[in-house]
Write a protein that binds this ligand. Structure first.
Ligand SMILES: Nc1ncnc2c1ncn2[C@@H]1O[C@H](COP(=O)(O)OP(=O)(O)OP(=O)(O)O)[C@@H](O)[C@H]1O
Length: 342
Protein backbone atom coordinates (compact mmCIF):
# COMPACT_ATOMS: atom_id res chain seq x y z
CA UNK A 1 0.00 0.00 0.00
CA UNK A 2 1.18 3.51 -0.90
CA UNK A 3 3.04 5.23 1.99
CA UNK A 4 0.60 8.13 2.29
CA UNK A 5 -2.34 5.76 2.45
CA UNK A 6 -4.05 5.00 5.77
CA UNK A 7 -6.95 2.83 4.67
CA UNK A 8 -7.71 0.95 1.50
CA UNK A 9 -11.02 -0.86 1.18
CA UNK A 10 -11.00 -3.24 -1.76
CA UNK A 11 -14.11 -4.90 -3.17
CA UNK A 12 -15.74 -5.14 0.26
CA UNK A 13 -18.86 -7.29 0.47
CA UNK A 14 -21.05 -7.47 3.57
CA UNK A 15 -24.17 -9.59 3.34
CA UNK A 16 -26.98 -10.20 5.84
CA UNK A 17 -28.46 -13.68 5.77
CA UNK A 18 -32.06 -13.05 6.83
CA UNK A 19 -35.13 -15.32 6.87
CA UNK A 20 -36.42 -13.46 3.82
CA UNK A 21 -33.22 -13.81 1.83
CA UNK A 22 -29.74 -12.37 1.47
CA UNK A 23 -29.41 -8.59 1.84
CA UNK A 24 -26.30 -7.53 -0.04
CA UNK A 25 -25.91 -4.38 2.06
CA UNK A 26 -22.42 -3.70 0.73
CA UNK A 27 -21.57 -5.41 -2.51
CA UNK A 28 -18.15 -4.64 -3.93
CA UNK A 29 -17.19 -1.27 -2.46
CA UNK A 30 -13.66 0.10 -2.90
CA UNK A 31 -12.18 3.38 -1.71
CA UNK A 32 -9.14 4.73 0.08
CA UNK A 33 -8.29 7.40 2.64
CA UNK A 34 -4.91 9.09 2.80
CA UNK A 35 -3.28 10.33 5.99
CA UNK A 36 -4.90 13.57 7.17
CA UNK A 37 -7.65 13.36 4.56
CA UNK A 38 -11.43 13.54 5.02
CA UNK A 39 -13.51 11.18 2.91
CA UNK A 40 -17.27 11.58 2.91
CA UNK A 41 -19.60 8.70 2.14
CA UNK A 42 -23.03 9.89 0.99
CA UNK A 43 -26.20 8.26 -0.24
CA UNK A 44 -29.84 7.82 0.68
CA UNK A 45 -30.96 5.77 3.64
CA UNK A 46 -30.19 2.08 3.18
CA UNK A 47 -27.40 2.57 0.65
CA UNK A 48 -24.88 0.80 2.89
CA UNK A 49 -22.98 3.70 4.44
CA UNK A 50 -23.23 2.57 8.05
CA UNK A 51 -22.64 -1.07 7.23
CA UNK A 52 -19.42 -0.06 5.45
CA UNK A 53 -18.17 1.78 8.53
CA UNK A 54 -19.24 -0.98 10.92
CA UNK A 55 -17.37 -3.46 8.74
CA UNK A 56 -14.16 -1.41 9.09
CA UNK A 57 -14.58 -1.57 12.88
CA UNK A 58 -15.61 -5.25 12.58
CA UNK A 59 -18.84 -4.52 14.45
CA UNK A 60 -21.27 -6.15 12.01
CA UNK A 61 -23.84 -8.14 14.03
CA UNK A 62 -23.13 -11.77 13.22
CA UNK A 63 -25.58 -13.41 12.72
CA UNK A 64 -27.17 -12.28 10.48
CA UNK A 65 -24.34 -10.24 8.92
CA UNK A 66 -20.93 -11.27 7.64
CA UNK A 67 -18.06 -9.86 5.59
CA UNK A 68 -18.18 -12.25 2.65
CA UNK A 69 -15.42 -10.75 0.52
CA UNK A 70 -12.82 -8.09 0.03
CA UNK A 71 -10.01 -6.51 2.00
CA UNK A 72 -9.82 -3.66 4.53
CA UNK A 73 -6.15 -2.69 4.55
CA UNK A 74 -5.26 -0.39 7.39
CA UNK A 75 -1.91 1.09 8.42
CA UNK A 76 -1.54 0.91 12.20
CA UNK A 77 0.34 3.45 14.32
CA UNK A 78 3.31 1.06 14.15
CA UNK A 79 3.37 1.46 10.34
CA UNK A 80 2.28 -2.15 9.76
CA UNK A 81 -0.51 -2.74 7.25
CA UNK A 82 -3.15 -5.24 8.39
CA UNK A 83 -6.23 -6.60 6.66
CA UNK A 84 -8.93 -5.79 9.21
CA UNK A 85 -11.29 -8.21 7.49
CA UNK A 86 -9.03 -11.02 8.72
CA UNK A 87 -8.19 -9.91 12.27
CA UNK A 88 -9.45 -11.81 15.29
CA UNK A 89 -11.48 -10.08 18.02
CA UNK A 90 -8.46 -9.66 20.34
CA UNK A 91 -6.51 -7.81 17.66
CA UNK A 92 -9.55 -5.68 16.72
CA UNK A 93 -9.97 -4.66 20.36
CA UNK A 94 -6.50 -3.13 20.28
CA UNK A 95 -7.26 -1.32 17.03
CA UNK A 96 -10.66 0.04 18.12
CA UNK A 97 -10.27 3.17 20.16
CA UNK A 98 -6.51 3.12 19.73
CA UNK A 99 -6.06 3.42 15.96
CA UNK A 100 -9.65 3.88 14.84
CA UNK A 101 -12.38 5.61 16.85
CA UNK A 102 -16.01 6.08 15.96
CA UNK A 103 -18.66 8.64 16.83
CA UNK A 104 -22.33 8.07 16.18
CA UNK A 105 -25.46 10.07 15.60
CA UNK A 106 -26.90 9.65 19.06
CA UNK A 107 -24.33 9.90 21.85
CA UNK A 108 -26.75 8.45 24.42
CA UNK A 109 -26.45 5.06 22.73
CA UNK A 110 -22.68 5.06 23.25
CA UNK A 111 -22.39 6.86 26.57
CA UNK A 112 -23.26 4.78 29.58
CA UNK A 113 -25.97 6.55 31.65
CA UNK A 114 -24.79 5.10 34.98
CA UNK A 115 -21.17 6.34 34.85
CA UNK A 116 -19.92 9.89 35.01
CA UNK A 117 -18.48 11.45 31.89
CA UNK A 118 -15.04 11.63 33.54
CA UNK A 119 -15.07 7.92 34.41
CA UNK A 120 -16.02 7.00 30.86
CA UNK A 121 -13.31 9.01 29.14
CA UNK A 122 -10.75 7.96 31.76
CA UNK A 123 -11.62 4.30 31.31
CA UNK A 124 -10.80 4.50 27.61
CA UNK A 125 -7.48 6.17 28.42
CA UNK A 126 -6.56 3.59 31.10
CA UNK A 127 -7.46 0.76 28.75
CA UNK A 128 -5.63 1.99 25.67
CA UNK A 129 -2.76 4.04 27.04
CA UNK A 130 -2.01 2.19 30.26
CA UNK A 131 -2.16 5.38 32.37
CA UNK A 132 -3.16 5.43 36.03
CA UNK A 133 -6.72 6.44 36.87
CA UNK A 134 -5.50 9.77 38.27
CA UNK A 135 -3.49 10.61 35.15
CA UNK A 136 -6.38 9.50 32.97
CA UNK A 137 -8.82 11.82 34.78
CA UNK A 138 -6.39 14.69 34.35
CA UNK A 139 -6.14 13.92 30.63
CA UNK A 140 -9.95 13.62 30.43
CA UNK A 141 -10.29 17.17 31.76
CA UNK A 142 -7.80 18.33 29.14
CA UNK A 143 -9.82 16.57 26.44
CA UNK A 144 -13.07 18.20 27.62
CA UNK A 145 -11.31 21.54 27.50
CA UNK A 146 -10.02 20.77 23.97
CA UNK A 147 -13.55 20.11 22.71
CA UNK A 148 -14.76 23.38 24.18
CA UNK A 149 -16.62 22.24 27.29
CA UNK A 150 -16.57 25.02 29.91
CA UNK A 151 -15.39 24.20 33.43
CA UNK A 152 -14.06 20.81 32.32
CA UNK A 153 -12.93 19.69 35.77
CA UNK A 154 -16.40 20.18 37.21
CA UNK A 155 -17.99 18.45 34.22
CA UNK A 156 -16.01 15.27 34.85
CA UNK A 157 -18.46 14.39 37.61
CA UNK A 158 -21.57 14.95 35.46
CA UNK A 159 -23.68 12.06 34.22
CA UNK A 160 -24.55 12.11 30.50
CA UNK A 161 -28.21 13.05 31.15
CA UNK A 162 -27.06 16.20 32.93
CA UNK A 163 -25.68 17.52 29.65
CA UNK A 164 -27.32 18.92 26.50
CA UNK A 165 -27.23 17.00 23.21
CA UNK A 166 -24.47 19.21 21.83
CA UNK A 167 -22.37 18.80 24.99
CA UNK A 168 -22.84 15.03 24.91
CA UNK A 169 -21.65 14.99 21.31
CA UNK A 170 -18.57 16.94 22.41
CA UNK A 171 -17.98 14.36 25.15
CA UNK A 172 -18.19 11.60 22.54
CA UNK A 173 -15.64 13.41 20.42
CA UNK A 174 -13.39 13.91 23.46
CA UNK A 175 -13.65 10.21 24.25
CA UNK A 176 -12.96 9.25 20.63
CA UNK A 177 -9.93 11.52 20.38
CA UNK A 178 -8.50 10.74 23.81
CA UNK A 179 -6.30 7.98 22.39
CA UNK A 180 -5.11 9.93 19.32
CA UNK A 181 -6.71 7.69 16.70
CA UNK A 182 -5.31 7.96 13.19
CA UNK A 183 -8.82 7.44 11.77
CA UNK A 184 -12.04 8.87 13.13
CA UNK A 185 -15.23 7.42 11.71
CA UNK A 186 -18.08 9.90 12.16
CA UNK A 187 -21.49 8.43 11.32
CA UNK A 188 -23.99 11.30 10.94
CA UNK A 189 -22.50 12.88 14.06
CA UNK A 190 -24.59 16.03 13.91
CA UNK A 191 -27.93 14.90 12.47
CA UNK A 192 -29.70 14.86 15.83
CA UNK A 193 -28.54 18.36 16.77
CA UNK A 194 -30.03 21.70 15.88
CA UNK A 195 -28.41 23.68 13.09
CA UNK A 196 -26.31 26.09 15.16
CA UNK A 197 -24.90 23.32 17.32
CA UNK A 198 -24.30 21.21 14.19
CA UNK A 199 -22.15 23.97 12.76
CA UNK A 200 -20.22 24.29 16.03
CA UNK A 201 -19.52 20.56 16.21
CA UNK A 202 -18.41 20.43 12.57
CA UNK A 203 -16.14 23.39 13.10
CA UNK A 204 -14.72 21.69 16.17
CA UNK A 205 -14.01 18.48 14.26
CA UNK A 206 -12.35 20.46 11.49
CA UNK A 207 -10.16 22.35 13.96
CA UNK A 208 -9.19 19.20 15.85
CA UNK A 209 -8.33 17.47 12.61
CA UNK A 210 -5.98 20.32 11.66
CA UNK A 211 -4.35 20.11 15.09
CA UNK A 212 -4.12 16.35 15.42
CA UNK A 213 -3.69 15.42 11.75
CA UNK A 214 -6.00 12.41 11.81
CA UNK A 215 -8.06 11.19 8.86
CA UNK A 216 -11.85 11.26 8.97
CA UNK A 217 -14.40 8.98 7.35
CA UNK A 218 -17.55 11.06 7.38
CA UNK A 219 -20.90 9.43 6.79
CA UNK A 220 -23.70 11.81 5.98
CA UNK A 221 -26.90 12.55 4.09
CA UNK A 222 -26.03 16.20 4.05
CA UNK A 223 -24.30 17.35 0.89
CA UNK A 224 -23.69 20.79 2.41
CA UNK A 225 -21.57 19.10 5.08
CA UNK A 226 -19.66 17.19 2.39
CA UNK A 227 -18.78 20.39 0.55
CA UNK A 228 -17.58 22.00 3.78
CA UNK A 229 -15.73 19.13 5.39
CA UNK A 230 -14.47 16.61 2.87
CA UNK A 231 -11.57 16.34 0.45
CA UNK A 232 -13.09 13.45 -1.44
CA UNK A 233 -16.48 11.84 -1.64
CA UNK A 234 -17.87 8.38 -2.33
CA UNK A 235 -21.50 8.29 -3.44
CA UNK A 236 -23.25 5.02 -2.59
CA UNK A 237 -26.40 3.54 -4.04
CA UNK A 238 -27.89 0.16 -3.10
CA UNK A 239 -24.68 -1.21 -1.63
CA UNK A 240 -22.32 -0.02 -4.35
CA UNK A 241 -20.16 3.04 -4.89
CA UNK A 242 -21.48 4.79 -8.00
CA UNK A 243 -19.11 7.77 -8.02
CA UNK A 244 -15.89 8.65 -6.25
CA UNK A 245 -13.82 11.78 -6.75
CA UNK A 246 -12.39 14.90 -5.18
CA UNK A 247 -15.19 17.01 -3.77
CA UNK A 248 -14.72 19.92 -6.18
CA UNK A 249 -15.12 18.04 -9.50
CA UNK A 250 -17.95 15.98 -8.06
CA UNK A 251 -19.85 19.06 -7.04
CA UNK A 252 -19.06 21.07 -10.16
CA UNK A 253 -19.47 18.26 -12.66
CA UNK A 254 -21.06 15.12 -11.28
CA UNK A 255 -20.86 12.29 -13.78
CA UNK A 256 -23.30 9.75 -12.35
CA UNK A 257 -27.02 10.50 -12.81
CA UNK A 258 -27.65 9.58 -9.16
CA UNK A 259 -25.10 12.14 -7.93
CA UNK A 260 -26.66 14.70 -10.29
CA UNK A 261 -30.05 13.88 -8.78
CA UNK A 262 -28.76 14.21 -5.21
CA UNK A 263 -27.20 17.58 -6.00
CA UNK A 264 -30.32 18.83 -7.79
CA UNK A 265 -32.45 17.96 -4.78
CA UNK A 266 -30.68 20.32 -2.36
CA UNK A 267 -30.02 24.07 -2.61
CA UNK A 268 -26.48 24.81 -3.82
CA UNK A 269 -24.68 26.65 -1.05
CA UNK A 270 -21.98 27.74 -3.49
CA UNK A 271 -24.37 29.55 -5.86
CA UNK A 272 -26.15 32.87 -5.47
CA UNK A 273 -29.97 32.78 -5.36
CA UNK A 274 -30.37 33.89 -9.01
CA UNK A 275 -28.24 30.95 -10.22
CA UNK A 276 -30.13 28.33 -8.24
CA UNK A 277 -31.88 25.73 -10.37
CA UNK A 278 -35.34 24.48 -9.53
CA UNK A 279 -35.00 21.77 -6.88
CA UNK A 280 -36.10 18.35 -8.08
CA UNK A 281 -36.49 15.27 -5.90
CA UNK A 282 -35.18 12.06 -7.44
CA UNK A 283 -38.31 10.18 -8.59
CA UNK A 284 -39.17 6.83 -7.03
CA UNK A 285 -37.68 5.14 -3.99
CA UNK A 286 -34.57 3.27 -2.97
CA UNK A 287 -35.08 -0.35 -4.15
CA UNK A 288 -35.88 -3.20 -1.81
CA UNK A 289 -32.47 -4.72 -1.02
CA UNK A 290 -33.90 -8.22 -1.42
CA UNK A 291 -35.04 -7.47 -4.96
CA UNK A 292 -32.51 -5.20 -6.58
CA UNK A 293 -33.25 -4.19 -10.18
CA UNK A 294 -31.16 -5.94 -12.85
CA UNK A 295 -28.11 -4.17 -14.29
CA UNK A 296 -27.56 -0.75 -12.76
CA UNK A 297 -29.69 -0.68 -9.59
CA UNK A 298 -30.48 3.01 -10.22
CA UNK A 299 -31.95 2.42 -13.70
CA UNK A 300 -35.68 2.54 -12.74
CA UNK A 301 -35.18 6.07 -11.36
CA UNK A 302 -32.73 7.35 -13.96
CA UNK A 303 -33.77 9.89 -16.54
CA UNK A 304 -30.97 8.73 -18.85
CA UNK A 305 -32.10 5.09 -18.79
CA UNK A 306 -31.69 3.10 -22.01
CA UNK A 307 -33.27 -0.34 -22.23
CA UNK A 308 -30.88 -3.13 -23.14
CA UNK A 309 -27.86 -1.21 -21.86
CA UNK A 310 -28.64 -0.07 -18.34
CA UNK A 311 -30.76 -3.04 -17.22
CA UNK A 312 -28.54 -5.91 -18.33
CA UNK A 313 -25.09 -6.01 -16.69
CA UNK A 314 -23.94 -4.32 -13.51
CA UNK A 315 -21.76 -1.44 -14.76
CA UNK A 316 -18.09 -1.41 -13.76
CA UNK A 317 -16.57 1.45 -11.81
CA UNK A 318 -14.48 3.25 -14.44
CA UNK A 319 -11.77 5.86 -14.06
CA UNK A 320 -12.97 8.77 -16.19
CA UNK A 321 -9.67 10.61 -15.71
CA UNK A 322 -7.72 11.94 -12.75
CA UNK A 323 -9.14 9.34 -10.37
CA UNK A 324 -12.74 10.43 -10.91
CA UNK A 325 -14.51 7.06 -10.78
CA UNK A 326 -18.01 6.47 -12.14
CA UNK A 327 -20.21 3.39 -12.39
CA UNK A 328 -22.42 4.21 -15.37
CA UNK A 329 -22.23 2.82 -18.91
CA UNK A 330 -23.61 6.08 -20.35
CA UNK A 331 -21.52 8.62 -18.45
CA UNK A 332 -19.59 9.90 -21.49
CA UNK A 333 -22.74 10.25 -23.61
CA UNK A 334 -24.54 12.03 -20.79
CA UNK A 335 -21.67 14.49 -20.43
CA UNK A 336 -21.75 15.08 -24.20
CA UNK A 337 -25.55 15.58 -24.12
CA UNK A 338 -25.06 18.16 -21.43
CA UNK A 339 -22.47 19.94 -23.54
CA UNK A 340 -19.67 19.20 -21.09
CA UNK A 341 -16.28 18.74 -22.70
CA UNK A 342 -13.73 16.68 -20.81
N1 LIG B 1 -28.84 -6.30 11.17
C1 LIG B 1 -29.29 -6.24 9.92
N2 LIG B 1 -30.04 -7.25 9.41
C2 LIG B 1 -30.49 -7.21 8.13
N3 LIG B 1 -30.24 -6.20 7.28
C3 LIG B 1 -29.51 -5.18 7.73
C4 LIG B 1 -28.99 -5.14 9.07
N4 LIG B 1 -28.30 -3.98 9.22
C5 LIG B 1 -28.37 -3.33 8.04
N5 LIG B 1 -29.09 -4.04 7.14
C6 LIG B 1 -29.42 -3.66 5.76
O1 LIG B 1 -28.27 -3.18 5.13
C7 LIG B 1 -28.62 -2.16 4.20
C8 LIG B 1 -27.70 -0.98 4.39
O2 LIG B 1 -27.95 -0.36 5.65
P1 LIG B 1 -27.12 0.86 6.20
O3 LIG B 1 -27.55 1.06 7.61
O4 LIG B 1 -25.69 0.67 5.92
O5 LIG B 1 -27.64 2.06 5.32
P2 LIG B 1 -27.25 3.57 5.43
O6 LIG B 1 -26.86 3.99 4.06
O7 LIG B 1 -26.23 3.79 6.50
O8 LIG B 1 -28.62 4.22 5.84
P3 LIG B 1 -28.95 5.34 6.94
O9 LIG B 1 -28.54 6.61 6.29
O10 LIG B 1 -30.42 5.20 7.10
O11 LIG B 1 -28.17 4.99 8.16
C9 LIG B 1 -30.08 -1.85 4.41
O12 LIG B 1 -30.82 -2.46 3.39
C10 LIG B 1 -30.37 -2.47 5.74
O13 LIG B 1 -31.70 -2.91 5.80
Amino acid sequence: MDDKRLLEVKDLKVHFFTDDGVVKAVDGVSFHIDKGETLAVVGESGSGKSVTSLAIMRLIPNPPGRIVGGEILFRGKDGQVKDLAKQDEASMRKIRGNDIAMIFQEPMTSLNPVYTVGDQIAEAIVLHQGKSKKEALELSAEMLDLVGIPEPRKRLSNYPHQMSGGMRQRVMIAMALSCNPSLLIADEPTTALDVTIQAQILELMYKLQEEIGMSILFITHNLGVVAEMADRVVVMYAGRAVEEADVTPTFKRPKHPYTMGLLNSVPRLDLAAEHQQRLEAIPGNVPNPLRLPSGCAFHPRCKYFQAGRCDTDIPLLQDTGGGHMVRCVRWAEIQAEQGVTA
